[in-house]
Design a protein around this ligand. Sequence first.
Ligand code: USQ
Length: 367
Amino acid sequence: MHLSDSGHDTAVLDNFARRSYDEELGVCSLAPIEDLDVRTQAWQEVSGKLIESYVGDLLDADFVYETIRAFRPDAVVHFAEQRAAPYSMIDRAHAVYTQHNNVIGNLNLLYAIAEIDPEIHLVKLGTMGEYGTPNIDIEEGWLDIEHKGRTDRVLYPKRPGSIYHLSKVHDSHNIEFACRVWSLRATDLNQGVVYGQQTPQTAMDPRLATRFDYDGVFGTVLNRFVIQAVLGQPLTVYGTGGQTRGLIDIRDTVECIRLAVENPADAGEFRVFNQMTESMSVREIAKVVADEFPGPVQIENLENPRVELPEHYYNVMHTGLEELGLKPHLLSDTLIESMFGIVEANKHRVDVNKLYPGVRWTPTSNA
Ligand code: USQ
């Protein structure tokens, strides 16, 4: 919708996998989401603009080729992956599903672009979690190294913390190969943890609302803390909360995509942007939410179900998107209160039993 609103002819491709995970896990988004055809119809009513839809799966290569041939885009924004770290860690089947779905879907898309029109710019959603938490500064995708008196520029070393995050590392390698060997042009957006639920476009009509996940598998940390505060439930800080992550407001995520699309990578270039605007530890995030909420808030330190460093160095370079013109919304000037209102209006939809984390990082403990 943000691209359509910015004047681009836009189409959407979906296989509704995200909705099927909700069915599987017995949860639903806090804010109800309409069917795709209702949403595209609503968008046309409020904006006068058409978003064509193609329903199918990136794992179906024929469908991917047909879609690219039919629409012939200048750019493909690829967000069509299983995106939850805990989901990928449930068991072997979910790990294999995640990597197969993500890596093979992306590979089908790379081949379709290479064979049909290598000029098409791939804008791919990566993740900050590809890097993990190294004890050195995190550069934007690439690292200049000197080794035994010689220098080179290499992909930044990756040490991701889940099978899901690993799938994005595999994607990045495949995309870099396609740029280097087939001269494709691609931008990998290594996005941090997104917070917020509304963009100017989704706010135009309730039928345009996007997801607001609260459960322990798909809900992301700041959104979960906001929901827990409104429900009068303790904020679930895993471990000491010393783990630090890059954050980004949902309005900035869509703006970053527009900036990447309108300023394409060069032919043969694998361009990486660290798509985050500030870093914060989990305990700092909990404190911000507790300070902003008008009532009492309890913070609970749970045993961490994940395997991650409890305290660590974290210093991320993220100048690329700002150089293209991004004006970040920072958490300190974000209207967290508006998120409280959305939760208040929908809190009857929450199943509190789904708030606690159920997935552990060792395979035997989820059996
Ligand atoms: N955490 C808590 N309490 C909670 C939920 C999470 O302490 O109730 C902690 C986690 O242990 C972790 C941090 O908060 O250290 C972030 O967890 P998250 O679930 O908000 O985010 P994550 O699993 O890293 O994944 C999310 C998205 C994923 C995206 C990633 C960006 O689901 O698609 O790739 O954020 S990043 O984290 O930068 O890799």
